[in-house]
Design a protein around this ligand. Structure first.
Ligand code: F6P
Length: 440
């Protein structure tokens, strides 16, 4: 029998004895989950059955239920009524998901009645008086060409009892919720009320966020489109910064708690000299602070390009924070604050600065999905339909280690996907920008 482990070994010329110049960037990372333990290995097999086939005991291994069509389903398609709702902030690909849900349900399962609820959970709550849309293949034709959502959206949860009343009145058996963590909290409450009433209504989520901050979904749909669009702002700011003496480009991108958009957009252009994200605190002032470093660089190189995530530097403000309808903390405008502080700092030092500030804001999330995201949306929607028709509930479709999986909603909302300051993504950002690991 072939020794698979031997086949995977990479030849090395000898033991490393010289300190790496990159060692300082590795901070406290000690395992390959961070970066890089020489004795660790990335597993070849990613399913329990593949590991079991090697004769390795697998009983204790945790694993997700895989996504995909089942041989036996729970709901009789001819009697199944489905509801679809889109909630929370916009995200490229919402219409792709709606269309793919409708086409999969009608073309492959033969479901005949699909309702679209308008403006998020408001559309399922009587007092808003929103009409329900009948969705079929004709209604959803071509909608994927457009940004936004044909159903409309809203922030904030509504009374789950009223929502379940609405589902019962329309005899809905399956509800698809396309939304972020706040909406999934709402979906969990809906599923709980359904269970309390002893009803058999499946509640299945398709996680949505340009911030890529939902755990167990390696990349959320729309994220790639959003950061690709953000690169246009970085390109423009960089052109401006390099054209003027002591030019400084400053771009602020969305990303409340997670700096993925800032990191990916900055890496895509590879023109950023600094990336500031919420996960990595920094000081602006003092000899080791960001402002001193920036000024030295601009004097030395004649320009600098800075990318910030909107949630960065929030600890620098002491203003009391309020919450939006989704329960998110309303952020202070760090980009504008930084712009002001840079101008002040250069003026105080008597150094010329030509700063161009761009905040592309909603332009990165209101666009249609790019082809990669469109493909991903369709596949997530198919997985969601298979799961729901098989009778799964209180779950979202996820993507883990490159496979579609079923994730309990409670798990999907139990934590946030963050850029790991000890991980390889942030290391790539440090390598690409050349910024120091710490501004202190
Ligand atoms: O949650 C996604 C997101 O796009 C964040 O990046 C951003 O902070 C937020 O939504 C802004 O949304 P709104 O202005 O609609 O509340």
């Amino acid at each position: 029998m072939v020794d698979e482990r031997a086949r995977l070994e990479v030849r090395t010329l000898g033991e490393g004895r010289i300190d790496s110049p990159l060692a300082a960037l590795l901070r406290t990372g000690r395992t390959t989950q961070h970066y890089v333990d020489e004795s660790d290995r990335v597993l070849l097999d990613d399913t329990v059955s593949l590991v079991a086939a090697r004769g390795v005991p697998v009983d204790e291994l945790p694993g997700f239920e895989p996504g995909g069509p089942r041989r036996k389903i729970f709901f009789d398609p001819s009697k199944t009524r489905v509801g679809i709702v889109t909630c929370g902030g916009l995200c490229p690909g919402l219409n792709d998901v709606i269309r793919a849900l409708v086409l999969e349900l009608t073309n492959h399962y033969g479901v005949r009645r699909i309702f679209g609820f308008r403006n998020g959970y408001q559309g399922m709550t009587a007092r808003y008086g929103r009409s329900v849309v009948d969705l079929d293949a004709d209604v959803v034709a071509g909608i994927n060409e457009y940004g936004g959502t044909i159903l409309g959206t809203s922030r904030g949860n509504q009374d789950p009892d009223e929502i379940v009343d609405c589902l019962e009145q329309l005899s809905v058996n399956v509800l698809f919720v396309i939304g972020g963590d706040g909406s999934m909290r709402g979906a969990l409450k809906i599923a709980e009320v359904v269970a309390e009433r002893g009803r058999r209504i499946a509640v299945v989520g398709v996680p949505k966020t340009i911030d890529n901050d939902i755990p167990y979904i390696e990349r959320s749909f729309g994220f790639q489109t959003a950061f690709a669009k953000a690169t246009e702002a970085i390109r423009a700011a960089h052109v401006e910064a390099t054209a003027f003496p002591n030019g400084i480009g400053l771009v602020q991108l969305m990303g409340r708690h997670s700096g993925f958009i800032a990191c990916y957009a900055a890496l895509a252009n590879n023109d950023a000299d600094y990336v500031l994200i919420p996960e990595v605190p920094f000081s602006l002032d003092g000899p080791g602070g960001f402002l001193a470093h920036l000024r030295a660089r601009v004097v030395d190189r004649g320009h600098a390009m800075i990318v910030v995530a909107e949630g960065a530097g929030q600890e620098l403000f002491d203003a009391a924070s309020s919450l939006d309808a989704s329960g998110n903390v309303r952020l202070q405008d760090f980009g504008r604050y930084l712009r002001h502080r840079i101008a002040e700092d250069f003026a105080a030092a008597g150094v010329e600065a030509n700063l161009k500030y761009i905040d592309p804001s909603y332009t990165i999330r209101s666009v249609p999905a790019n082809p990669y995201d469109s493909v991903y949306c369709i596949r997530l929607a198919h997985a969601a339909v298979h799961a729901a028709m098989a009778g799964r509930t209180e779950m979202v479709v996820g993507r883990w280690r490159g496979r579609f999986v079923h994730v309990p909603i409670s798990l999907a909302i139990s934590s946030r996907n963050l850029v790991d300051p000890d991980g390889d993504l942030w290391l790539s950002v440090l390598e690409a920008t050349g910024q120091p690991p710490v501004f202190a």
